[in-house]
Design a binder for this molecule. Structure first.
Ligand SMILES: O=P(O)(O)OC[C@H]1O[C@](O)(COP(=O)(O)O)[C@@H](O)[C@@H]1O
Ligand SMILES: [Mg+2]
Ligand SMILES: [Mg+2]
Length: 343
């Protein structure tokens, strides 16, 4: 369920909100409006912000679908703050989302995977800040394999009208008011939560509309899928190697697309566990806390799953850096528990 209260109710206290089930087939706009109307104090900014993200994702979806026809494949010739070569679509997606968030007026600051520093939008009266991975799964762009976008929304801490600060972006995962992803796969789906469960909207390309297709998504308690880059196994900690051996002995299925959004989405629906342990190249983990781990952990927990770095719940981690990386284990709760108790 969506909460459209623009007076923020952090994750922990949101379960008291009314349950407003809407039927499959409802448009995203109708869903947003009807949910918002349930909250007398809602002023619509969060609703509009979600619409802005949905619109930008439709534009990106169009670019991705035409990737082979227009000059959007290959490297952009630039590196991001993490020293990763930026793909042209990384840059295009980054520009499109930042433009949509700036023009919307609700967002005062943004942190993006593709930008070194905080982006001040100039909307000093904007109530929200956004962390975004404009294009997730960049290594799959040129080979027509599913990719995604990941976003996380917070209410600003600094006073309305003032210049946003680092503290606005380095809030804890449990302060998120909304988080979601768009999966550009065989179909395009927008999945998000505002702390009242998780819903999925499939893009009807002929209408250009996101339509409710997955209501109140729930992560199966267990599953038979494990997802990790087996090429790195020799570098994984012994405990993880032991756990993966038990997965193989149990004849679980190895599935790894190499796009976090796609691997997460499959495991959310079918049951499974995604692992990105420490490696020699990324001893602290590869995935970024603010715009990959926090949003996916919020969605996972809202769907009944779990997300941990092996020591604590991802959502309990205090962020210290805009682009800090983390070890991530996320998925079905029983599989995460098994991993954590592996000797
Ligand atoms: O190629 P590797 O090392 O297995 O890493 C794949 C992981 O890295 C990512 O591509 C990182 O995300 P970006 O593509 O947004 O940088 C994840 O989507 C994916 O799960
Ligand atoms: Mg990513
Ligand atoms: Mg990315």
């Amino acid at each position: 369920m969506i909460t459209f209260i623009d007076t923020v109710v952090p994750v922990a206290a949101q379960s008291a909100q009314p349950d407003l089930a809407l039927p499959v087939g409802t448009t995203l706009d109708r869903f947003i409006l009807s949910e918002q109307s349930a909250f007398p104090f809602a002023t619509g900014e969060l609703s509009q912000l979600l619409r802005d993200i949905a619109l930008a994702s439709k534009i990106i979806n169009r670019e991705i679908n035409r990737a082979g026809l227009i000059d959007v494949t290959g490297a952009a010739g630039t590196d991001n703050v993490q020293g990763e070569s930026q793909q042209k679509l990384d840059v295009i997606a980054n520009i499109r989302f930042i433009r949509a968030l700036k023009n919307g007026g609700e967002v005062c600051a943004i942190i993006s995977e593709e930008e070194d520093d905080i982006i001040l939008t100039g909307n000093l009266n904007g109530k929200y800040v956004v962390a975004i991975d404009p294009l997730d799964g960049s290594s799959n762009i040129d080979v027509n394999v599913s990719i995604g976008t990941i976003f996380s929304i917070y209410r600003r801490l600094s006073p309305i009208g003032s210049v946003p600060t680092l503290a606005d972006l380095l809030q804890g995962g449990r302060q998120q008011v909304a988080a979601g992803y768009v999966l550009y796969g065989s179909s395009t789906i927008l999945v998000f939560t505002t702390g009242q469960g998780v819903n999925g909207f499939t893009l009807d390309q002929s209408l250009g509309e996101y339509i409710l297709s997955h209501t109140n998504m729930k992560q199966p308690r267990t599953g038979s899928i494990f997802s990790c880059n087996e090429g790195n196994v020799a570098e994984y900690p012994d405990k993880i190697q032991t756990y993966l051996n038990t997965c193989r002995q149990r004849r679980m299925t190895g599935r790894y697309i190499g796009s976090l959004v796609a691997d997460f989405h499959r495991n959310l629906i079918k049951g499974g566990i995604y692992l990105y342990p420490p490696t020699c190249k990324s001893p602290g983990g590869k995935l970024r806390l603010l715009y990959e781990c926090f949003p996916m952990a919020f969605i996972a927990e809202q769907a009944g799953g779990k997300a941990t770095d092996g020591r604590q719940a991802i959502l309990d981690i205090a962020p210290t850096d805009l682009h800090q990386r983390l070890v991530l284990y996320v998925g079905s709760p029983d599989l995460i528990d098994e991993l954590l108790t592996t000797k």
